[in-house]
Design a binder for this molecule. Structure first.
Ligand code: AP5
Ligand code: MG
Length: 219
C-alpha cells in the first residue's frame, strides 16, 4: 500500500490545480499534471504538443496512448519514489487500467483518490474568470481569488494569461466530456475502496482541510 500515491479527480474547474499546491506542500510529493505537461509541450511546439493542441482547444481528450506514455515516463523519475499527486490523469477507464498496471509492476497501488465535487454553473463561472501563470502555471480567479497585482502571479511574478480552452463554449464541452468519459472513474475507484468524496463548493482553505483529513497525517 502506497499511502501517498495520490490522484486528484474532478470536473474542469473543480480546483484540482488550486488544491494541488497545498497537498504537495503538506506531503512532499511531486505534482504531476498532464494538462500542465501538455501545455508545456504546446508552448515548446513539439510535434506531440502541436497534435495535442487540436484536441485541447476543442475540449476533447488527447488520445489515451499519448497521455499514458507521458505518465509512464514521468513515473520513472526518482522523485516519485515516496509518492506522487496525479492531477488530470487518469481521465478514462483505459488510462486507469494502464496506471494500475504500471504501479503493480513496481509493487505499488493507488493509495487515495480525492474526488472534488462542484456543481456545473459554479464551474463555468470559475473557468471563464480564471487566469494562469505563464511560468509556474498557478491558477487565480479575477473575482474569487484575485492576484495582489493585476496580471501578475503572486507566487513567482510571472505573467497571467487566459487558457485557450477557457471560453464558455469549450468549457461546456469539457464538462460534457468529463461526465461521459471521466466520471465513471469514481465507480472504478469506489470498487477499490480508495475514493474520498470532497465538497468543492467551499472556500479553498476549507476544501484543503477536508482533503488532508481524507489523506491522513504526514508520516
Ligand atoms: P487539465 O489542465 O487537466 O484541465 P481540467 O481537467 O479541465 O481542469 P482545470 O485545470 O480546468 O481545472 P482545475 O480543477 O485544475 O481547477 P483550478 O484549480 O484551476 O486538462 C486540459 C486539457 O488537456 C483537457 O481538456 C484535455 O484536452 C487534455 N488532457 C489533460 N489530461 C489528459 C488526460 N489524462 N487524457 C486526455 N487528455 C488530457 O480552479 C479553477 C478556477 O476556480 C481558478 O480560477 C481558481 O482560482 C478557482 N477556484 C479554485 N478553487 C476554488 C474555490 N474553492 N472557490 C472559488 N474558486 C475557486
Ligand atoms: Mg488544472
Amino acid at each position: 500500500m502506497a499511502q501517498f500515491d495520490l490522484i486528484i479527480l474532478g470536473p474542469p474547474g473543480a480546483g484540482k490545480g488550486t488544491q494541488a499546491s497545498g497537498i504537495v506542500e503538506t506531503y512532499g510529493v511531486p505534482h504531476i499534471s498532464t494538462g500542465d505537461m501538455l501545455r508545456d509541450a504546446v508552448k515548446n511546439q513539439t510535434a506531440m504538443g502541436l497534435e495535442a493542441k487540436k484536441y485541447m482547444d476543442k475540449g476533447e481528450l488527447v488520445p489515451d496512448e499519448v497521455v499514458i506514455g507521458i505518465v509512464r515516463d514521468r513515473l520513472q523519475q526518482p522523485d516519485t519514489s515516496k509518492g506522487f499527486l496525479l492531477d488530470g490523469f487518469p481521465r478514462t477507464i483505459p488510462q486507469a487500467e494502464a496506471l494500475d498496471q504500471m504501479l503493480a509492476g513496481i509493487e505499488r497501488n493507488v493509495g487515495k483518490v480525492i474526488a472534488i465535487l462542484v456543481n456545473d454553473e459554479a464551474l463555468v463561472k470559475r473557468l471563464t474568470g480564471r487566469r494562469i501563470c505563464r511560468d509556474c502555471q498557478a491558477p487565480v480567479h479575477v473575482v474569487f481569488n484575485p492576484p495582489k497585482v493585476e496580471g501578475i502571479c503572486d507566487k513567482c511574478g510571472g505573467e497571467l494569461y487566459q487558457r485557450d480552452d477557457d471560453t464558455e463554449a469549450t468549457v461546456r464541452n469539457r464538462l460534457e466530456v468529463y461526465r461521459q468519459q471521466t466520471e465513471p472513474l469514481i465507480e472504478y475507484y469506489d470498487k477499490q475502496s480508495v475514493i474520498a468524496r470532497i465538497d468543492g463548493d467551499q472556500a479553498p482553505g476549507a476544501v484543503l482541510e477536508d482533503v488532508k483529513a481524507a489523506i491522513g497525517p504526514v508520516l
